[in-house]
Write a protein that binds this ligand. Structure first.
Ligand code: SF4
Length: 75
């Protein structure tokens, strides 16, 4: 399995990635809404109930409940 993306990964920090969308600071991330998470993002491919891959974070797995500033809702 691919390693899990951690919040302290330099790229994760750059994109404000959080493993749990509920922990995103709305005062900082003004475009964030509570219903946004990796599982509904167009860049996400589910690999299990809890994690999947993201085209931005190659070689890592992101959390299904995660979020970052590149979030774009799946059509
Ligand atoms: Fe999650 Fe989408 Fe950000 Fe990738 S781009 S980490 S799938 S919110």
């Amino acid at each position: 399995d691919l390693p899990e993306l951690t919040e302290d990964d330099p790229m994760a920090i750059g994109l404000g990635y959080k493993k749990d969308t509920a922990t995103v600071d709305g005062a900082v991330q003004t475009k964030h809404t509570a219903e946004q998470s990796c599982s509904s993002c167009v860049l996400y491919t589910s690999k299990s109930d809890t994690a999947g891959t993201c085209t931005i974070f190659a070689g890592k797995q992101v959390s299904a409940t995660g979020w970052c500033t590149a979030y774009a809702k799946k059509a």
